[in-house]
Design a protein around this ligand. Structure first.
Ligand SMILES: Cc1cc2nc3c(=O)[nH]c(=O)nc-3n(C[C@H](O)[C@H](O)[C@H](O)COP(=O)(O)O)c2cc1C
Length: 387
């Protein structure tokens, strides 16, 4: 008792536990859960245990620098906040809070297609690096519209997510009766007195929760109907022709998110894509899909340095970032940790989460003997260790 939230949230695992205490169960499970048996979700994290570090500290690195550059933009560390729908359900104006924390920490922020705010309303602090994530819709005109809106609003990069063209089977949400917006029965509310601060904080927000990018000007539509419209818009017939088309209309850096197969990475390079994101959507889509860290080395071999490779899924420690970079990634995205940071303390919570990672990465690199990010090479890790 008496310790403040910062000292209780001394690691990302501890931050998750704090968020679990704060959020109503259906909302926490929405952030935490995965598809079906959650095999991919669990192993995304535990497969990092199969990679160990081989320190070479006598190279005299001094305190390591975590700074790096991506698409010509300086980042304070190789970390990006990944896209998550409904961040505004964790904390009022959640997306704006997280984007501000990212900008202050010197990392990039990727807005989700499914943000509560409109993409036009995300703050753009000086020096910030903001990316926009989209899907390919049956109405290609809507994909074009979103990308044009992102360009007009000064977003620096576009992310096409390819692993969500039909929705994953998330059984925790089914079990909890999770609806958008969440509805709680009087009985549930009474059973969750510890959740009252969240309920009070969000009581004026909940009726306003929406998918801001999908609301047409002047349209009065409830979020349930919007969610249905959104899922009907997703096109499972997404193909390379669509990727080529998007490449032809988006002039800035274009990233493909959801790449696990080396042949897709190869094709991405040939199609003029600027970076691939090795990802299985945090185990929320195809359960049984390969874990991100296990899929990375083959993709790195195929891409052979021609474009940057990014990775997300299960990053919970600075040493996870270090392992991914040593195995060929340029940067890592973190998604759930950002939502937990928001749930605990809004902008300050995200800033805290980023600072945990920054310190972890710096300490880890120093102990490993890597003075800079580009010194994180494959000889510093050993693969295939039993968990
Ligand atoms: C609640 C939640 C919402 C998400 N929404 C999106 C989304 O809108 N678009 C997207 O491309 N990925 C989305 N993702 C996937 C993340 O961007 C990321 O790929 C995944 O969560 C893996 O990272 P993690 O282990 O750091 O959570 C979402 C993930 C979570 C947990």
């Amino acid at each position: 008792m008496g310790r403040n939230w910062q000292s209780r949230s001394y690691s990302i695992t501890a931050l998750r536990e704090e968020a679990q205490k704060i959020l109503p169960r259906p909302v926490f499970d929405f952030t935490d859960g995965g598809a079906e048996d959650e095999w991919t979700l669990r192993h995304n994290e535990s497969d990092f245990d199969k990679v160990s570090l081989l320190p070479r500290p006598l190279d005299g690195p001094g305190m390591a620098s975590t700074a790096t550059t991506l698409f010509g933009h300086k980042l304070s560390m190789p970390v990006i906040i990944g896209p998550t729908g409904l961040a505004g359900l964790m904390w009022p104006e959640g997306e704006a809070c997280a984007a501000r924390a990212a900008a202050k920490a010197g990392v990039a922020y990727c807005l989700s297609h499914g943000s509560v705010c409109r993409l036009e309303d995300l703050p753009a602090p000086a020096g910030s690096h903001r990316w926009m994530q989209v899907f390919m819709y049956r109405d290609r005109g809507f994909t074009r519209e979103l990308s044009e809106r992102a360009a007009a609003s000064g977003y620096n990069a576009l992310v096409l997510t390819t692993d969500n063209q039909t929705l994953g089977n998330r059984e925790r949400d089914i079990r909890n009766g999770f609806t958008i917006p969440p509805k709680f029965k009087a009985r549930d509310v009474l059973a969750m007195t510890t959740k009252l601060p969240w309920l009070l904080r969000m009581r004026q927000e909940l009726p306003k929760i929406t998918f801001g990018n999908y609301v047409r000007a002047g349209e009065a539509i409830d979020i349930g109907s919007l969610a249905k419209r959104m899922s009907e818009l997703l096109d499972p017939a997404l193909s390379w022709r669509d990727v080529e088309w998007l490449r032809s209309i988006w002039k800035g850096p274009l990233l493909l998110k959801g790449v696990l197969h080396p042949s897709e990475a190869q094709r991405a390079v040939e199609t003029g894509i600027d970076a691939v994101i090795v990802s299985n959507h945090g185990g929320r889509q195809l359960d049984g899909a390969a874990t991100s860290i296990s899929a990375l080395p083959a993709i790195a071999d195929t891409v052979a340095g021609r474009i940057p490779i990014l990775l997300d899924g299960g990053i919970r420690r600075g040493t996870d970032v270090i392992k991914a970079i040593a195995l060929g990634a340029a940067c890592c995205l973190v998604a759930r940790p950002q939502l937990w940071g928001l749930a605990v303390a809004g902008e300050d919570g995200v800033a805290h989460m980023l600072e945990i990672l920054r310190k972890d990465i710096q300490r880890g690199m120093t102990l490993l003997g890597a003075a800079q990010v580009d010194k994180l090479t494959r000889d510093l890790v050993q693969r295939g260790m039993p968990a």
